[in-house]
Unconditional design. Structure first.
Length: 163
């Protein structure tokens, strides 16, 4: 038999339920911010690897082709097109190429030409996400070596050396 003056507690109060929901919401929000930053970096890494693989393929194809190859950057269509290897990379909505540098300075050109030896000018692409995550891809023209960096000063130094 229950004591009527001190009844047993049977449920949570509305205030307790609201407090728990608010805490769960805050924890989820912090978790989403942490995960979204990692997802941005993963997208940038995947795009950088796609560009690196396409560049290697264009170099190999240019060595075998009677015509010079090229990489053309179409900013309005958000696309990279490799001519000889007939390979196109379309950028997703949340990714963009913020800057293209050919040689040691900014260029008005939007193409990198590959010789029959598979060589090109040294060039760099700065990739960004809408949230501001950034990564550089630097392609050393003579060797085709590909470097990844998040330091703009280091990239500009490499371009000055590679000309």
């Amino acid at each position: 038999m229950r004591n009527q003056s001190n009844p047993a507690r049977q449920a949570f109060t509305m205030l307790e339920l609201v407090a728990v929901l608010v805490m769960l919401g805050l924890i989820s929000a912090f978790g989403m911010f942490a995960v979204s930053g990692q997802l941005d970096q993963a997208r940038l890494s995947h795009l950088a690897q796609s560009i690196a693989n396409a560049d290697r393929k264009e170099r190999d194809t240019s060595r075998k082709s009677p015509t010079a190859g090229s990489l053309t950057f179409d900013k309005s269509m958000r696309r990279l097109r490799y001519e000889n290897s007939v390979h196109t990379i379309d950028l997703k909505d949340n990714l963009k190429i913020a800057e293209l540098i050919i040689g040691s300075g900014k260029s008005n050109e939007r193409s990198v030409v590959f010789s029959h030896a598979g060589q090109s000018s040294t060039y760099a692409l700065r990739l960004e996400t809408k949230r501001g995550a950034m990564n550089w891809i630097v392609v050393i023209g003579i060797t085709g070596q590909i470097l990844f960096s998040d330091d703009s000063n280091q990239v500009r130094s490499l371009l000055a050396l590679g000309g």
